[in-house]
Design a protein around this ligand. Sequence first.
Ligand code: ATP
Ligand code: MG
Length: 305
Amino acid sequence: MDQAAVLRMMKETDKGVHKMASIIKHEGDAAGDGGKENIRVIAVTSGKGGVGKTFVTANLAYMLSRMKKKTLILDADMGLANIDVILGISTEYNMHHVFLGEKSVAEVIVPGPGGIKILPAASGIQEMAELSKGQKLALIDELNDLNDGFEFVFIDTAAGITGNVLYFNMAAKEIIVVVSPEPTSLTDAYALIKLLYQGRAEKRILLIVNMVKNSHEAKEVFTKLSKATEHFLDLSIEYLGYIIYDDKVTEAVKQQRMFTEIYPYAQATKCLSSIAKKISRERPEKYNFGSMKFFSRAIVGGDHG
Ligand SMILES: Nc1ncnc2c1ncn2[C@@H]1O[C@H](COP(=O)(O)OP(=O)(O)OP(=O)(O)O)[C@@H](O)[C@H]1O
Ligand SMILES: [Mg+2]
């Protein structure tokens, strides 16, 4: 990406950025009085759709769970390709029932492969953006009251930079941005990072480059994006790793099975495994998250529903 392209891209995103920045400003400090300091809440997001967020979320959660880390997936994509569907898990209740006050979060969570737990999305029924402040607060309180000793919570977000996506990204201290080598994936990721950065400077932004031919291609993508964020935003993003393009991924989706479970020796599995190990080796204290609550009620402060 040359400089002119970056500038063009910035100009295009600026309008949206300013609008959303004012919304994000309402967010308070997530450091609260609660003591769930061992939980790492990691949002998986992208800007552009179809780059592999759900695939990455499901498989990283699965691998961490296999490493005996208690892991929850919060499916925050109200679209159709949901985690439970991809994994062939039938669910009776979902987040919609939590919003309506009919079920508690604990009653809605279902077990998945390898011991992961899944909080299914309210698929297609109701956009988070339509939720009232009261409903959002109720969800946050429910999540905070979950006393299940989760170490990792992965939030699989929808594509785009809607209020819904930003709401869930705001709730996380760490954000994994998934990109593919496609130029539009890169520009969309940049637009999203810019938006998030204006909201909260202290977030960790980690990059996974998916669907690459080799590590060299991934490094090139990372270099382009990190140069742009460093130059224009004065923001360093971290390289988390890459995942090889593999036709068997689609095969696993068709079979409604976890890719890394049925293809343990695939190259893409090795890539995911090294990313999972990297994540598991890190200690949350290192990032000075303080006594972080699972979710902060303050993010609902300025009701942008
Ligand atoms: N490394 C890969 N190699 C080959 N195919 C992949 C890879 N990663 C993801 N895919 C395929 O790309 C498609 C999109 O993946 P996925 O649904 O995970 O993306 P997403 O970012 O969650 O999409 P959405 O924005 O719609 O939520 C799926 O068909 C998936 O099987
Ligand atoms: Mg998805």
